[in-house]
Design a protein around this ligand. Structure first.
Ligand SMILES: NC(=O)c1ccc[n+]([C@@H]2O[C@H](COP(=O)([O-])OP(=O)(O)OC[C@H]3O[C@@H](n4cnc5c(N)ncnc54)[C@H](O)[C@@H]3O)[C@@H](O)[C@H]2O)c1
Length: 363
């Protein structure tokens, strides 16, 4: 199969859908890889590394789309990418179709096979192609919070680990899932005094953190005493619950910080609104808010490797067997198939747009 990787064109997107070792894996199995010149630059991967791994580096996106049977991307397609698609071509990328009727319609019109990273799902419910980005965001959240506590960011000028004779910072993490636990591990590594709150209480770092059951009193107390609050709560399929109110923030010391990682699902604090890497922070009730909705974009090199570590196994399945056989043999991949030849094959996407969905086997 011929695998194509265009440069991402979404604003501020610097990841790329393949690494040189991914190219080598395809080539070793007899596939051909074509990649757009410069596609890896934002992730600090030069064209030469792709060439050395066996890819053909092509100028411009048209040649890549034209030649590829399987297109690997990171973000959803945008204009002018739709015109480059052809019927039956397989697109494997983050799609988030339930959130966009327009994008769904465009893909149906182009009659491609759209496989969304975000809906590939294991039998235990895990979303393996979302986990790596949650890991990145969780680990980054402590870094973002530590910077937010610096004076130049509007913070109280507190060094999170403290120093000899001076107290360390107190971090409260709401939600002990992938983001929260990764924040917890880095927070402890930073030397901070970490409290983590969830509806399922688990002590993952054996006594080095305080674990609390999620209830109104515990949240109020742990937020009021925190220098840094990390919000990482998720209720799948629902808006993030507003666990941190404006009144809670008024009880925090001025210059404290709040990193709302869950802002992409609506945010966990009443005062949260999405921000960008260009203007990541604002202050409300004296608390520095960091609410960047695509945090992994700050570290595209790490994010590219983390993402492709997870996507490559599925991409190889598709290339080796063809998408239809691969999906028939792997139920997790089958859940990733969102649209086929003008029909919606993912029930949640069909329901979101009141469209008639069809079973994959009926396409
Ligand atoms: N901003 C970004 O760039 C970025 C990147 C990755 C993930 N995210 C977002 O971060 C959020 C967390 O993602 P995740 O992968 O860690 O999800 P997850 O499902 O692994 O974890 C969510 C946790 O929230 C807990 N929870 C649910 N209700 C709760 C409550 N009332 N009180 C306390 N805890 C509660 C759950 O028990 C679970 O442990 C999601 O909204 C995700 O979209 C954002």
């Amino acid at each position: 199969m011929r695998v194509g990787i265009p440069t991402e064109i979404k604003a501020d997107e610097h990841r790329v859908a393949i690494t040189p070792s991914g190219v080598a894996a395809f080539v070793a199995r007899g596939h051909e890889v074509v990649i757009e010149a410069g596609a890896g630059i934002g992730s600090a991967i030069p064209d030469e590394s792709y060439r050395a791994a066996g890819a053909a580096v092509l100028d411009g996106p048209d040649a890549v789309w034209e030649r590829a049977d399987l297109v690997l991307k990171v973000k959803e397609p945008l204009d002018p990418e739709f015109e480059r698609m052809r019927s039956g071509q397989v697109l494997f990328t983050y799609l988030h179709l339930a959130a966009s009727r327009d994008l769904t319609t465009r893909l149906l019109e182009r009659r491609i096979v759209g496989i969304g990273y975000e809906t590939v799902q294991l039998t235990d419910g895990t979303l393996p192609l979302l986990v790596p980005m949650s890991e990145v965001a969780g680990r980054l959240s402590i870094q973002a919070g530590a910077t937010s506590l610096e004076m130049r960011s509007g913070g109280k000028g507190l060094l999170l680990p403290g120093v000899s004779g001076v107290r360390r910072g107190r971090v409260t993490i709401l939600g002990a899932g992938v983001v929260g636990l990764n924040a917890c591990v880095v927070g402890v590594g930073f030397g901070a005094d970490v409290t983590i709150i969830d509806i399922y209480v688990r002590d993952v770092v054996q006594g080095h953190v305080t674990t609390l059951m999620s209830n109104a009193a515990n949240i109020e107390g742990a937020v009021a005493s925190a220098d840094l609050v990390i919000c990482s709560v998720l209720i799948p399929g629902a808006r993030t619950p507003r666990l941190v109110t404006r009144a809670h923030l008024t009880q925090m010391e001025p210059g404290s910080a709040l990193v709302d990682v869950a802002v992409d699902q609506g945010g966990c604090a009443e005062t949260s609104r999405p921000t960008t890497h260009h203007d990541p922070r604002y202050v409300e009730e004296g608390v520095v808010h960091y609410c960047v909705s695509n945090m992994p974009g700050a570290v595209p090199h790490t994010s590219t490797y983390a993402l492709t570590n997870a996507t490559m196994a599925y991409a190889l399945e598709i290339a080796d067997r063809g998408w239809r056989v691969a999906a028939a043999q792997d139920p997790a991949l089958a859940k990733g198939v969102n649209v086929v030849d003008g029909q919606v094959t993912h029930q949640a996407v069909a329901a979101a747009h009141r469209l008639q969905g069809v079973a994959l086997t009926e396409t």
